[in-house]
Design a protein around this ligand. Structure first.
Ligand SMILES: Cc1cc2nc3c(=O)[nH]c(=O)nc-3n(C[C@H](O)[C@H](O)[C@H](O)COP(=O)(O)OP(=O)(O)OC[C@H]3O[C@@H](n4cnc5c(N)ncnc54)[C@H](O)[C@@H]3O)c2cc1C
Length: 337
């Protein structure tokens, strides 16, 4: 069996890569171990810049409009509304189902399996018995392919993790709310008329219920709300690659490196990388350069915010955002596009 592209990993970025490749007329096989809808821990906020990227794939997933981001700490609030367009809060399963249906419609071939290694030569790659001209590895934060290719780079900095759970309660805001607790950030994202997602980012062993209880403004809104999903976690966030490509292998999405979920951008960047990877195959685009350009703001601004959030400046972040609304707005805008 020989195809133009083999995609490893059927999360949102793997599916988007497969769809992009099919739209460009390439034959595609996608390898993913899980057979049902994947409900990965995520804040589920699609920034405004992510929606046109989904639209070009022919996807319009159901969700709730997101009109901006507010930062909250006791007695302080900074609020920014997106200057152009809206984002969308979308349940991961809804996003997965929409991408999956589109991939099937376009004839993406599926193989159920896990990839543990691969070989490549000057004309292509061989993985799990499949021969392909190119391989896109979208196997997530702890990418096996990144490690197998020798592209993994030791990570430094704070080790941060994420937790998330959903609750049946009518959303009370069209902004993503970020509550800055003493040790963790708590994101509230509306995802359906009767459901909000709560994602907590912080150090290992952060206790979900205790953290929410410590924020009276939030716990009063969630009081009595039934859980709409089970608690899930992910991390550590920070993962690095030496380069995002090696020969006929391109790393896309979290597999190519990730900083932190603090700026809610993984999906927008991953969708953009899917587009760039296909352009590399069809038009010879320099993927490493394009990847660096696409992720530059994320790497710089997100690393800066994580640095501030994990050091002595933490308690100054919300007051500074409230005192300098233009700066706060400019940073949100830059990351949202
Ligand atoms: C708590 C939290 C909150 C977040 N909030 C947001 C947010 O609000 N907005 C946003 O845009 N992003 C957010 N993110 C980031 C976002 O979830 C990721 O960037 C996104 O899931 C990346 O998609 P992906 O397809 O690259 O990887 P994944 O979604 O991790 O998918 C990887 C896929 O690869 C498969 N796989 C793994 N290993 C193998 C293997 N060896 N062989 C074959 N397949 C394999 C897995 O089964 C999985 O399906 C958040 C992340 C976390 C943890």
């Amino acid at each position: 069996m020989s195809v133009d592209v083999v995609v490893v990993g059927g999360g949102p970025v793997g599916l988007a890569s497969a769809i992009e490749a099919r739209l460009a007329g390439l034959t595609v096989t996608l390898i993913e171990p899980r057979e049902s809808s994947i409900d990965k821990a995520c804040g589920e906020g699609l920034m405004p810049g992510a929606l046109p990227l989904l639209e070009r794939l022919g996807i319009d997933p159901p969700g709730m409009p997101l009109r901006g981001v507010s930062y909250l700490a006791p007695g302080r609030r900074a609020e920014y509304r997106f200057a152009r367009g809206t984002g969308r809060g979308v349940r991961r399963v809804a996003l997965h189902d929409a991408l999956s249906a589109r991939a099937d419609q376009l004839g993406v071939e599926r193989v159920v399996g896990r990839v543990d290694g691969f070989t490549q030569d000057s004309t292509g790659v061989t993985v799990n018995g499949i021969r392909a001209g190119w391989m896109f590895a979208a196997d997530g934060l702890h990418s096996t392919v990144r490690v197998a290719a020798g592209l993994d780079r030791p990570r430094g900095g704070a080790r941060r993790y994420g937790l998330r759970q959903h609750f049946f309660v009518a959303p009370w805001s069209e902004l993503i709310e970020v509550h800055w607790a003493a040790h963790a950030e708590v994101y509230v994202t509306p995802v359906a008329e009767d459901t909000v997602g709560v994602a907590i980012l912080g150090p290992q062993r952060t206790d979900f219920a205790e953290t929410v209880r410590g924020i009276p403004e939030l716990s009063s809104k969630l009081e009595g709300a039934a859980p709409a999903s089970s608690l899930r976690g992910a991390g550590p966030f920070r993962q690095r690659s030496r380069r995002p490509s090696a020969g006929r292998l391109l790393l896309v999405g979290d597999a190519s490196g990730y900083v932190d979920a603090i700026t809610g951008e993984g999906l927008r960047l991953g969708l953009d990388q899917a587009r760039l990877a296909v352009q590399h195959v069809t038009d010879g685009l320099d993927y490493d350069r394009a990847w660096a350009r696409s992720t530059r703001d994320f790497r710089r601004l997100t690393s800066g915010l994580v640095w501030a959030a994990t050091g002595p400046l933490r308690s100054a972040i919300v007051p500074a955002a409230a005192a300098l609304p233009r700066v706060y707005g400019a940073v949100v805008e830059r990351l949202a596009r």
